[in-house]
Structure formats: C-alpha cells, structure tokens
Design a protein around this ligand. Structure first.
Ligand SMILES: Cc1cc2nc3c(=O)[nH]c(=O)nc-3n(C[C@H](O)[C@H](O)[C@H](O)COP(=O)(O)OP(=O)(O)OC[C@H]3O[C@@H](n4cnc5c(N)ncnc54)[C@H](O)[C@@H]3O)c2cc1C
Length: 448
C-alpha cells in the first residue's frame, strides 16, 4: 500500500507533424474524482491502444480505461515516420539484420501479424483511405558503403527466403525524382501508415466499443491496493484489478528497469505543401517510403492527398538523452542537418520550407529485447519497442493484454521468454559513450 511516485512525465519538443496536418480533434475529458475499471492502461500509443483493442476483442464485457498524459497522437505515435516494417530492422546492426535467421523468421511472422491487425483496425473502424497501404519500402543507398549494406541485407533476406529486389540509380530516380541515390533495395511487405490518423482512428473506434480514454491525465503516482492497483492523476484516482503500463521508455519513470533502457531522441521535418509545378519538375512517384541502407542515415517519405497533401518528410539522427527530452538547441542543430540533407537530395525543392519540425522519443535496449511481462502481481508492461514501435508496440500491447487475461499466446510466450535488458554503464559514462558512438556512426553514414 506504499504510494510510489512517477519520476518524470513526457515532454515534447515541436509539434507532432502527422497530427498537425489533420483537422483539429476535440479534446477528451481528463479523469476527475474516483473511477473504477477492470483493466487500466497507461499510455494511448500503439502499445496501449492495441492492448485495449485486444482486450475488447477477447472479452467485450471487460471494462477498459486508458489514461493518456497528453493528447492522443501527440506523443511518438504522431511523431514517427509511419513505416510498419515486417522484416528484421535491427538499428544497432550495420545493415538491419537481426540476431540470426531463426529468430528473424519468428519476428517477421509476428511483425506481419501486427500489420494484419492494423489492416483489420483500418477496415473495421472505417479509417480514411491513405491511413494504411501495403506499398513496401526501399532501402536507399548513395555511397559504396550504403550499397554494400544493401547487398549484405539482400543476402540475409535471400537466406530467409524473403522477396526483395535490388534497384539501380535509374529506377531510384524514377521512384523518388532524385538523382542522389545510386542504388536501392525494395522489399514489398512494409505497410505505410499515416501514424496520427491511424492512432486517432483506433482510439475513436475503441471508444465507440465502450473503452474509456482520458486525455490530460498523467499518472503521477500509483499503489497496490491488495486486490488491484490505484493510479493517481492530478484530479482523479482510478482503481483497477489489473494495470498495463504502455508508456514505452517512461516505464523507467515508474521505477522499473532503471539503468537498462536507452533513451534516444529522433527528429523529423515535414515540408509545407509542395506546389504542383515543383512536383511536375521533380517527377517521381506520388507516394513512396525510403529508409536508409545504413540505419544511421536519413529516412524520407513522400506523401500525397490521401495522407494529407503533397509533402516530403525527412527523419534524421538520434542522440542519447537519459531525461527523455530534446532541448530547442538540440532540435535546431538537427533541423539544420536535415535541411542540408534534404537540399542535397532535392536541389529543385530548396525553396520549399519545412512547415513542421519535431523531436520524439525512441526507447531501445542494448540487447534489443522489449519489456513485456508481469512486473508485479496484476501489473503488466508493454514497453520498450526498440526500432520498430509501430509493429512491436502493437505486439507488446497484444501480448500484455493476453497476460492480463491469463491467456497464453505465441506473442505472450515470445516476449515473456526474452532476456532481461542488458545493464548500461553508469551515468554519465552511458551518455558520453552512447553519444560519441552515435556521432561516429552518423559520420560514417554521412552520405546516407
Ligand atoms: C522521429 C521518429 C520516427 C520514427 N519512425 C518510426 C517508424 O517509421 N516505424 C516505427 O515502427 N517506429 C518509428 N519510431 C518509433 C515509434 O514511434 C515508437 O517506438 C512508438 O511510438 C512506441 O509506441 P508506444 O505505444 O510503446 O509508445 P508511445 O507512442 O510513446 O506511447 C506511450 C504513451 O504513454 C504516455 N505516457 C507516458 N507516461 C505517462 C504517464 N505517466 N501517464 C499517462 N500517460 C503516459 C505518453 O504520453 C504516450 O502517449 C519513430 C520514432 C520517432 C521519434
């Protein structure tokens, strides 16, 4: 019955661009006074909402309440690049290959399940066209190192029996309109989503099915009540038989896995709408998604009307911040880098301004494991998604929901069997070491 205080709440720098280009959403009420439910979920991102979706799908009578610190789709859920990737995507490797073929096959099957879940959500909740498309993606390469990484990854995919196609510079220009890339590796299984539209649509569909979602309701303290848990927000108190923490790296703010979670801040910019004439001059396809051949390079997406008018979106480099926050100076520094990279790829669009620039939080572990398990009786975690939060978040949410229901599934067994996150060096050596390593890797991948 000891009250435990939450050490830190999410802080965001810059707008969540994907959410900013959608029509404004009406705010939801904050939790006030006393409330009760069967399962309470902390966090309305991919993990939290997928947990709610799975709980309701398994048992429509279960009372589920989600507490969100801010607004739905304003956190990393509305800040990511929207690649739901099916294949191994190990950010700490030099070519995304994972821990070995056998493990990668299992993860690929699970990732595809997450993509199928997203498609079901889109269909069942009638989300707008453009929210989800199984369009595949390209790993773009601009240097010999990048092309070597693509060939190495292609060999890994061939060994796994996975479809892929190496592209030459001409094809890259036909797709992107840019002469910057000398090669590419196309894989067909990635689904591209408008992440904020997806998360908003999922939240709205869940509410229609009876799930309660409170915004502006950060959990600031929590306690065991003997037969369940109580979550304390600034104006309310929610009692629940079971609680799922689906707040990604902020698991550490609740006192769990300290010294084992790597908090990386990633940044992105979205251009203003690109005028029709500039698009005609650019050429290329209307919609495409490109991840860098070297995980430390920059991601690019072109979107069109179904995702919210014609724009390009660029995502660049991470830095390690144990306080899970980006300063305005951090963001300004990376925006300048992104502008230079953007201009190198699209010289004809140099005059198109970035309309939205933002930073977001990515939580990794050194040994690439998630934290999806029962932390204490009745308290579950669906956290730490590593590089693939859209798919991994969907999976850990479903797995944690299974644990809360007392069900065993392939997903719950897979994540429950993962090792503990590896311990990191103590502060400040973790920060100094990680940032030096990231800067070195980024320099090596500077052309990508
Ligand atoms: C720039 C960028 C690009 C990215 N691109 C991709 C990509 O293309 N593909 C991909 O798969 N992943 C990508 N990611 C990673 C992905 O966005 C995250 O891994 C994913 O959002 C994690 O989902 P989640 O539900 O676990 O956590 P989150 O989306 O972070 O959701 C957790 C929620 O918990 C809430 N919360 C935290 N503490 C509390 C509290 N005390 N009380 C109440 N609520 C709380 C937060 O407000 C938040 O809404 C990217 C990330 C960034 C920043």
């Amino acid at each position: 019955m000891t009250l435990r205080h939450v050490a830190r709440l999410p802080v965001h720098t810059g707008p969540a661009g994907w959410n900013a280009i959608l029509p404004p959403a009406n705010p939801r009420a904050a939790l006030t006074g006393e409330a009760v439910c069967d399962v309470a979920i902390v966090g309305a991102g991919f993990a939290g909402l997928s947990a709610a979706w799975h709980l309701r799908a398994q048992d429509p009578t279960i009372r589920v309440t989600v507490l969100e610190a801010g607004r739905v789709a304003e956190s990393s859920a509305g800040r990511n690049s929207g690649f739901m990737i099916d294949l191994p995507h190990e950010l700490t490797s030099s070519d995304y290959a994972g821990a070995g073929e056998a493990q990668d096959r299992v993860l690929t099957r699970l990732n595809r399940h997450a993509i199928d879940v997203a498609e079901t959500v889109v269909q069942d909740y009638d989300l707008p066209s453009g929210t989800f498309a199984r369009s595949g993606k390209i790993n773009g390469a601009a240097s010999a190192v990048g092309n070597a990484a693509n060939r190495s990854y292609a060999e890994h995919l061939a060994a796994m029996g996975e479809a892929h196609e190496l592209l030459d510079a001409n094809t890259m220009r036909e797709v992107t309109g840019s002469s910057y890339y000398s090669g590419g590796l196309f894989t067909p299984g990635t689904a591209m989503i408008q992440p904020a539209a997806y998360i908003r649509g999922l939240a709205g569909g869940l509410e229609r099915e009876g799930v309660t979602i409170f915004e502006g309701s950060p959990v600031k303290a929590f306690e065991s009540t003997g037969n369940g848990w109580a979550l304390i927000t600034p104006q309310g108190r929610l009692r629940a038989s079971k609680v799922i923490l689906a707040n990604n790296g902020h698991l550490e703010s609740f006192g769990f896995k300290a010294g084992r979670l790597m908090h990386i801040m990633l940044n992105a910019c979205m251009t203003a709408e690109i005028p029709a004439e500039a698009l005609r001059n650019l050429g290329g396809q209307q919609v495409w998604g490109l991840t860098p051949s070297d995980p430390m390079g920059c991601t690019l997406r072109r979107i069109s009307t179904p995702q919210g008018t014609s724009r390009l979106v660029i995502r660049q480099g991470g830095y390690y911040r144990p306080n899970m926050a980006t300063s305005p100076a951090d963001l300004a520094r990376v925006v300048a880098k992104m502008r230079a990279k953007f201009n190198a790829r699209f010289p004809s669009l140099g005059g198109i301004p970035f309309e939205h620039c933002w930073s977001g939080h990515l939580c990794l572990t050194k040994n690439a494991v998630s934290v999806m398990r029962e932390l204490e009786p009745g308290l579950y975690s669906a956290c730490v998604q590593n590089g693939l939060g859209t798919t991994r978040g969907t999976l850990t949410g479903i797995g944690a929901a299974d644990l809360a229901l007392g069900r065993s599934s392939e997903i719950s067994r897979f994540f429950s069997a993962e090792a503990e996150p590896t311990r990191l060096p103590p502060h400040p050596f973790d920060t100094i070491g990680a940032n030096a390593y990231l800067r070195w890797k980024e320099w090596q991948a500077r052309a990508e």
